[in-house]
Design a protein around this ligand. Structure first.
Ligand SMILES: C[C@@]1(CC(=O)O)c2cc3[nH]c(cc4nc(cc5[nH]c(cc(n2)[C@H]1CCC(=O)O)[C@@](C)(CC(=O)O)[C@@H]5CCC(=O)O)C(CC(=O)O)=C4CCC(=O)O)c(CCC(=O)O)c3CC(=O)O
Ligand SMILES: [Co+2]
Length: 397
């Protein structure tokens, strides 16, 4: 009999309240799992403990089979590259079995949790400002936004199910970063549609820098449109249906045919980088799984790493590796964490700092500055310069 450990791999944030909220959620999970399983959690970025710390604890407690899950809403860079590489590197180094689950993903329980948060917002707006029919209300769903059209597309799918499930007059979908449209252009557009109430719902797990940004831009656009009531809905947080989905992502790994996942991707080579500088390459053919038959598993159908996806054709088969060591475990109060220290924004992080970093970086390259880019094999997002994407933050500086 093996001793089972459960590892929840959270995103992490520079915002301490976001980190606290994640740990609150993780601590609510054990009652939903068999009582003899031990659970730990860790973070990919900024916060401590890091993922390896949690794995160390499980190993020291004698767990010889670890069921890990990404604490992620969708499968993008973090779920598809960073976390499986961190886990497989650890498993190879310590000779321990670490299996990996799926992201929370498009799931009726997640849609129900989101629907619950939206209804709460509608009810409190009705109580505060008087009843407005749902058909006269515009729903705006804000996703995180990634360089992966599969993840961005799934945000749009969930948004549609929320609009259709509840019956809103109109729907717009925006993103907090990376892709387009970002929050501000999205809300400016929604303001032109003639709806007197706009519900802004962040499809996010926790608070953090990005939630502050979403609510911050909402206040800004609301101030320009006093004729419209903007309602800031709460994010998912530790909604019971989110907890249920997490528990399912852990337990389903022990089913007869566990769901395929990025930890055993049969479509790309994985590169594990060890502390001693050694590299270990795992070829797709080394990762047999019954689900990878001639027909791709449903979770992989739209994956840009498996097959040509419109606009992302040159990412097929890109090497799977982690590029996140540089922000791992820096601490939630890493330099630059505090908006008050930033000269580029006032009350919330608009993303202007990222644009500045890119500009400075381009400038350094222009002057022949030489530095190590070896860990950045991933392709640049094709629409990084879209006027309604991150560039839209520039005009407010
Ligand atoms: C504030 C910031 C950190 C900082 O610098 O302080 C931050 C914060 C957070 N991100 C979260 C989630 C995700 N982040 C990504 C992806 C990326 N995030 C990146 C940057 C930043 N992310 C900084 C702002 C930069 C800016 O926009 O101005 C990118 C651009 C660069 C990089 O990571 O190197 C990289 C692009 C990779 C690509 O190319 O696609 C994905 C998608 C994915 O998996 O790739 C998910 C969804 C996962 C899911 O699906 O759940 C959450 C938890 C949200 C929640 O609770 O739900 C927080 C916490 C918080 O808001 O504080
Ligand atoms: Co990087």
């Amino acid at each position: 009999m093996s001793k089972i450990g459960v590892m929840i791999c959270g995103h992490g944030s520079r915002s301490q309240s976001a980190v606290d909220e994640f740990s609150t959620l993780a601590e609510k999970l054990p009652p939903l799992l068999p009582s003899d399983w031990q659970m730990e959690y860790g973070y990919l970025e900024f916060a401590n403990p890091v993922i390896r710390d949690g794995l160390d604890k499980l190993r020291e407690a004698g767990c010889d089979k670890i069921l890990a899950v990404p604490g992620m809403l969708f499968a993008a860079m973090h779920s598809k590259n960073d976390i499986p590489t961190v886990l497989n590197t650890y498993a190879a180094k310590h000779g321990i079995e670490v299996s990996y689950g799926r992201e929370l993903g498009v799931d009726p329980k997640m849609v129900a949790a989101a629907g619950g948060r939206i209804r709460e917002a509608v009810e409190s707006a009705n109580a505060q400002h008087g009843e407005v029919a749902l058909q006269d209300t515009c729903l705006v769903v804000i996703g995180r936004g990634a360089s992966d059209p599969d993840a961005n597309g799934n945000v749009a799918k969930i948004a549609r199910m929320l609009q259709e499930g509840i019956g809103f007059g109109w729907l717009e979908v925006g993103y907090s970063g990376v892709t387009f449209p970002l929050v501000e252009p999205c809300l400016q557009h929604a303001s032109k549609l003639g709806y007197k109430r706009i519900i802004v719902f962040p499809y996010f797990l926790f608070s953090g820098i990005l939630i502050d940004r979403i609510y911050g831009f909402t206040d800004q656009v609301a101030a320009e449109h006093p004729e419209i009531t903007f309602v800031k809905a709460g994010y998912l947080g530790d909604h019971p249906k989110v907890l249920e989905t997490f528990a399912e992502r852990v337990s389903e790994q022990l089913g007869a045919v566990p769901p395929p996942n990025c930890g055993i991707c049969a479509f790309r080579e994985q590169v594990l980088a060890f502390d001693n500088g050694e590299h270990h390459h795992i070829k797709p053919e080394d990762r047999a799984h019954p689900a990878f038959a001639s027909v791709p598993p449903p979770t992989c159908v739209m994956c840009k790493y498996r097959t040509q996806v419109l606009g992302f054709e040159n990412e097929v088969g890109a090497v799977q590796e982690s590029h996140h060591h540089h922000v791992e475990g820096q601490g939630a109060s890493a330099p630059g964490s505090n908006v008050a220290d930033c000269k580029l924004c006032d009350t919330f992080c608009t993303g202007m700092c990222r644009l500045k970093m890119q500009d400075d970086h381009a400038h350094l390259h222009h002057h022949g500055h030489d530095h190590d880019h070896d860990h950045h094999h991933h392709a640049e997002y094709p629409h990084a310069k879209h006027p309604h994407g991150p560039e839209s933050a520039r005009k407010r500086s």
